[in-house]
Write a protein that binds this ligand. Structure first.
Ligand SMILES: C[S@@+](CC[C@H](N)C(=O)[O-])C[C@H]1O[C@@H](n2cnc3c(N)ncnc32)[C@H](O)[C@@H]1O
Length: 256
């Protein structure tokens, strides 16, 4: 039986890795590193850096693999993601068959934490359900970009006793500000905060968190909206890619 470790490695800062994750990296015979194409080489670089810093056993191997691209044409969002996961499952299955011998342990290094807007766990389950490679797996938690965002802004996530909603740019309008006083937005390709016009809304925005390129901006949304849009566009142009996350908040601690 093969064994798989799904290891959260933090969201950009190589120091945001737990002792449990370091020990797990050193249990792996093979470390699988996804590369996401030329524009995001920095992300593969963080993973390589983590292996170079923390893997102390000399007999493990690193295997880099290309993540299939999601196709969106002529299909719904859900269908597109389902097809994409099926394609990644095929890639994982081939990797496990060709790179991992029976009895060996392989590790997938997952950005941030595997439970937050990441499908590694469900894809690993998919591969297991296909039944052609037998393995079991464990998950090791990591520091998420949400934690990095709150730490960089020095804020608690929630208002006292209040709920928090974590959502995507595509669905922000459903939740904030009417449904939740705090919304955290990830995977936002459309800068959905532009459409929030509540005068009391505050925003805590961060890009490339934990990396040397980290940028953070906060303030009343109406006051900093344009600055964030401009900064984001310039950074994206300069770097060729961007990863950002933000927290929107309305109200204060102890509001009834
Ligand atoms: C596919 S999700 C993965 C989230 C990851 N599992 C985590 O725990 O943070 C990618 C999204 O996470 C956010 N993200 C991840 N790393 C980030 C970083 N270093 N700085 C800002 N946002 C980040 C962005 O919203 C990005 O679109």
């Amino acid at each position: 039986m093969r064994h798989i470790l799904v290891i959260g490695i933090g969201a950009g800062n190589p120091e945001h890795i737990t002792v449990q994750a370091i020990n797990a990296l050193n249990r792996a015979d093979v470390l699988f590193i996804p590369t996401k194409g030329a524009k995001k080489t920095e992300l593969a670089e963080v993973r390589r850096d983590i292996c170079a810093r923390y893997v102390t056993r000399s007999d493990s191997r690193t295997v880099e693999f290309a993540v299939p691209v999601r196709r969106t044409e002529e299909r719904s969002y859900v269908q597109s993601v389902d097809d994409w996961h099926a394609s990644i499952a095929g890639t994982y299955e081939a990797l496990l068959e060709s790179e991992l011998a029976d009895g060996q342990t392989g590790a997938f290094l997952v950005w941030g934490d595997p439970m937050l807007y990441d499908s590694t766990i469900r894809i690993v389950e998919r591969v297991r359900a296909r039944g052609s490679v037998a393995f079991d797996f464990d998950v090791v938690p990591g520091i998420t970009s949400l934690q990095a965002l709150c730490a960089s802004h020095r804020i608690p996530l929630n208002l006292v006793g209040k709920p928090v909603e974590i959502t995507t740019g595509r669905r922000l309008a459903e939740s904030f500000p009417h449904r939740s006083e705090t919304a955290v937005v990830m995977l936002d390709g459309e800068q959905a905060f532009q459409k929030i016009d509540d005068p009391d809304a505050e925003i805590y925005w961060g890009a490339y968190l934990g990396t040397p390129d980290e940028i953070v901006i906060s303030g009343r949304l109406a006051d900093v909206r344009q600055e964030i849009l401009k900064t984001r566009a310039e950074a994206r142009e300069r770097m060729g890619w961007i990863m950002d996350i933000y927290l929107l908040r309305k109200g204060a601690d102890f509001d009834e």
